[in-house]
Design a protein around this ligand. Structure first.
Ligand SMILES: [Zn+2]
Ligand SMILES: [Zn+2]
Length: 413
């Protein structure tokens, strides 16, 4: 089967290409358009659309195994496709924790049965996320983890974290790091908790030489720590979530627990600092931290679970808040949502060069629409953007040369 995407604006941050042309996909790969097209070629009119390498989300909670009343690998994969993501990384704080070969194997198998996006499992740093015993990184890697993470918390013991980094470096595994000092967090000092742990982790990365990716940066101080680390040439990258560059903590006054997440919404100057960090290349990735919860788990602010869903609004929020305002160029945005995350994972994606996997996203950058959670594919609806008018929308998602999503519909074969 082959697909010919016609007259779209093809953007490839890897090569710097940005021009209107056709893109030809066959046998699951980007290929040179043949002189004579076959009879079965599927034509897609992409006039006025961006044609970009499939988006990659480094930070997704699929809740499967064990917490499938919130999300499953299948519903999360469909939500990803609807959001333009062709690869997502599944955080290991599942039940049981993704900390051994058996659970990794389960995630890999369930993902293969839900071919709407590529799901790459992450492996926990410690067994059961207990902070005491390191997992067998090599075994988990053999089963298919793409990286390590203890997301939801930090490994409190600095010596143990250092050992984890030493092993990870030997295996070439990157650590996606949730930075939160548990003691400071318990005292309600969330800002200090993020800053102190970010500093510790960067120091350990410098000492061990391990590659470190800082998850959901939310304070101006931690953005500055990442900036200084990168200026020193350390192998440190970072991501920011759409909610941390679109919303500030004044939203919490509404009492709506859909504004509750961890790290929490910060001040206006932090939101501004996130935009500056994206603009100057300190933060090179946008990740959603998609964190589905059932309605009854959100409830009143004090007792509500942390987290919001993010897969189906990320592109629109980023275009509205970053591109329409001139903070990022369209190419820079696509780099943050595809090419740069691909570099973090060393997965060879994030580009439309001939011979690469035909993971492609089509985006209408001018489409205005109103967010309606009832049309989302995610099993959960904990989204603070309900009813908001946004600009820019995913039109089509193609995975391995197959159209999996088109204008609101998930396409089964
Ligand atoms: Zn986290
Ligand atoms: Zn997370």
């Amino acid at each position: 089967m082959s697909v010919l995407i016609q007259h779209g604006l093809v953007m490839d941050p890897e090569t710097g290409e940005c021009q209107v042309r056709d893109l030809y996909l066959a046998d699951g790969k980007v290929q040179k358009k043949p002189e004579v097209l076959g009879e079965d070629v599927q034509r897609v009119d992409a006039t006025d659309l961006w044609v970009v390498p499939g988006l990659i989300d480094l930070h997704v909670h699929l809740r499967d195994p064990g917490l499938t009343h919130k999300e499953t690998i299948e519903t999360g994969s469909k939500a990803a496709a609807a959001g333009g993501f062709t690869t997502i990384c599944a955080m290991p704080n599942t039940k049981p924790v993704t900390d051994c070969a058996e659970v990794v194997r389960y995630v890999v198998k369930a993902s293969q049965e839900a071919p709407y996006t590529h799901v790459l499992p992450l492996g926990a740093i410690t067994t059961g996320q207990n902070g005491a015993v390191l997992t067998d990184q090599r075994r988990s890697m053999e089963e298919g983890i793409c990286a390590l993470s203890e997301d939801g918390k930090s490994v409190a013991d600095a010596d143990l974290m250092e050992q984890a980094m030493v092993r990870a470096k030997k295996l070439g595994l990157i650590i996606l790091d949730h930075c939160e000092d548990p003691e400071l967090a318990a005292q309600g000092k969330s800002r200090e908790a993020e800053n102190v742990m970010t500093a510790r982790e960067i120091e350990l990365a410098e000492k061990t030489g391990a590659a470190l990716h800082i998850c959901h940066v939310s304070t101006k101080e931690s953005a500055q720590l990442v900036r200084e680390a990168r200026q020193k040439g350390l192998p440190v990258t970072a991501e920011v979530c759409p909610h941390h560059f679109t919303l500030d903590d004044t939203r919490l006054e509404s009492g709506d627990s859909n504004y509750k997440m961890n790290p929490p919404l910060r001040g206006k100057d932090d939101v501004q600092a996130m935009k500056e960090a994206l603009k100057d290349g300190t933060i090179t990735c946008i990740a959603t931290d998609h964190a589905p919860h059932a309605a009854y788990e959100k409830g009143p602010m004090e007792t509500a679970a942390n987290g919001i869903i993010g897969l189906e609004t990320a592109v629109s929020l980023a275009i509205t808040e970053l591109v329409e305002t001139g903070i990022l160029t369209p190419m820079q945005l696509i780099a943050c949502m595809s090419t740069n995350p691909a570099h973090v994972l060393h997965c060879g994606k994030g580009t439309l060069q001939e011979g690469t996997a035909a993971d492609v996203t089509l985006i209408d950058p001018k489409k205005r629409y109103t967010v309606d959670v009832n049309r989302f594919y995610s099993k959960s609806k904990n989204c603070p953007y309900q009813g908001m008018e946004l600009t820019g929308r995913v039109v089509m998602t193609i995975v391995d040369g197959k159209i999996v999503y088109h204008k609101g519909e998930i396409l089964n074969d």
